[in-house]
Design a protein around this ligand. Structure first.
Ligand SMILES: C[S@@+](CC[C@H](N)C(=O)[O-])C[C@H]1O[C@@H](n2cnc3c(N)ncnc32)[C@H](O)[C@@H]1O
Length: 247
């Protein structure tokens, strides 16, 4: 874990602050420079007066109740306990937790070193919690760019690839959470070339690719999906007949 932390620290050229005991929002706002922190709840990243920390334990209720009725993501993915899914843009890992709640095996891929550190820390924490005993073994994490990781996964059984690249900042309908505002500091929406590369390589890996888009946004790489599953503020574009796609 310390190796991952020092990789993230060097990447951003920021301090790692070890916090002994509690801190509050006043302390967070007083940090003038971005920094990685470590306290009794694990790693976090502080910048612009905000703390970025996935805090998976807060999602326990939602994960326990998750099903196709309550989660648009699960309606679109249609996973079973036998499924193997790759969450290629894992971010804070919330969607991965929902996927793992179905019994499916979930491979998380995240390219940003800070997010990879935060995910790896959360994973390590839930591995030690009795309440998460059934979910934790279904999750694994790879710190890599998705396209590179897809090459390494070739030949392994992958039923679905899920892509949730950053939305354009103006495309959110619902209020954006503090975590998501900070995520935008790390990650840009993909360029056209990146969109084509992501979709094409995802389709070479699995027969089903599901892409989360902001409602009203054009499809990834301009490629029309075979089916669409709509939610309140987001849309899931579903690609299944990969041979007909010419990205
Ligand atoms: C919108 S967030 C994903 C949020 C996630 N679905 C969740 O539940 O928290 C997008 C994430 O994808 C990552 N990302 C974007 N392009 C990527 C790529 N080509 N390979 C790996 N990760 C990527 C970004 O660093 C960012 O953390």
């Amino acid at each position: 874990m310390l190796e991952v932390a020092s990789r993230a620290q060097n990447f951003l050229n920021v301090d790692l602050v070890l916090v002994d005991g509690q801190f509050d929002s006043k302390w967070i706002k007083a940090q003038l420079e971005p920094c990685l922190i470590h306290d009794q709840r694990g790693f976090g990243f502080v910048a612009s007066g905000r703390l970025l920390r996935p805090d998976w334990k807060k999602f326990a209720r939602r994960v326990v109740k998750a099903g196709r009725k309550t989660e648009g993501l699960l309606r679109a993915l249609k996973l079973s306990p036998q499924s193997s899914v790759v969450d290629a843009t894992a971010g804070l890992g919330v969607d991965s937790l929902l996927m793992a709640s179905t019994g499916a095996q979930v491979t998380m891929i995240e390219r940003h070193p800070v997010l990879a550190l935060l995910l790896s820390d959360q994973l390590q924490q839930i591995e030690q919690e009795a309440n998460w005993r059934s979910i934790a073994p279904r999750l694994s994490l790879t710190h890599s760019d998705a396209v590179t990781a897809f090459d390494q996964l070739q030949g392994q059984p992958v039923d679905v690839v899920y892509l949730d690249p950053m939305f354009e900042t103006g495309s959110y309908r619902a209020k954006v959470s503090g975590n998501m505002q900070l995520l935008h500091k790390f990650s840009e929406p993909p360029s056209e070339d990146e969109q084509h590369a992501l979709l094409k390589s995802a389709m070479q890996l699995a027969n089903k690719v599901v892409v989360k888009r902001a409602a009203g946004a054009p499809p990834l790489a301009g490629e029309t999906p075979q089916a669409v599953s709509t939610g309140d503020s987001v849309r899931y574009d579903i690609y299944t007949l990969y041979r007909s796609v010419s990205v």
